[in-house]
Design a protein around this ligand. Sequence first.
Ligand code: NAD
Length: 307
Amino acid sequence: MSFNVLIPQKIAKEGIKYLERNGATIVVPPSHDEETLIHYIQDVDAILARTETYSRKLIEQANRLKVIARHGIGVDNIDLQAASDHGVIVTNTPSANINAVAELVLTLMLSGTRNLLQVDRGVRSGDFEIRNRLFGYELKGKTLGIIGFGNIGRLIAEKSHLGLGMDIVVYDPYVTGADVASYIKVTESLEDLLSTADVITLHVPYTKSTHHLIDRDALKLMKSDAMLINAARGGVVDEQALEEILRNREIRGACLDVFQVEPPSKDHPLFRLDNVIVTPHLGAQTHEAFQAMALNAAEDIIAVKNG
Ligand code: NAD
């Protein structure tokens, strides 16, 4: 019997080639909504999953599914309990895109402090003098607060301290000072980090316990000239509270790669504010990461195929 791999969204050709070389048959559905996938999931042995949702309802239709290999890190789009109940292994690609996300965070941080979007618009509209009105800020000597100190958080700490000369403070209840570099201050108090950092960046998984981790009270603790970066998951931040805080200029700004609902609606209230930079969940969208995620997920599938 053939070993069928469902690939609902586009992946790099390296992943497809690896699967085919190892005896898999690729199945590509016409779209990746639940109504479509429910017809396809019945006869596949593996799924190479991107952002589409795998609910219990969907997983229950699978007759021979052995593995869902997530192309990326977060597995919050997969009902893990349902997968486990059905004996389906779930894998992810923990290292394939971490550098891509870390570099996006640096891009956002530097773009925010040098007002890149406003000055770009200014120059294009003939306002060269904007350079005398919109001064930037330097990151050297400023404090970067990292919430969630896993693979991405660690990489950002290294690049920001060694490359940009920033001081680093981290909050992660599962990390102790023992296993971190000496230039990093680990705090056990989220409030302490929120009230002292100049830039705060979020790198926690999205779970019940991180839902709205950054709520109105947390935002109120931030310094008035601090900037928030969210390249983790939209649900980690209370967007409504953030919009209000930004509108009232209670913090300097925010850079958001992820949203509570994706894609966000065109008239999202945050999009009216000039102290916000938004990107379309593209932390992992580099040529290098796209290729590595496809290949690593394909390798996970073949490892399960080969037992
Ligand atoms: P990781 O698992 O290596 O690290 C997550 C860290 O968060 C862990 O150290 C964990 O202890 C910590 N943590 C868990 N709950 C916490 C809490 N309540 N408070 C503080 N820390 C907590 O994951 P990673 O590779 O660093 O990725 C982090 C997240 O980034 C992923 O779960 C994913 O959702 C997101 N991500 C986004 C993109 C993007 O395109 N924007 C790409 C990749 C990953």
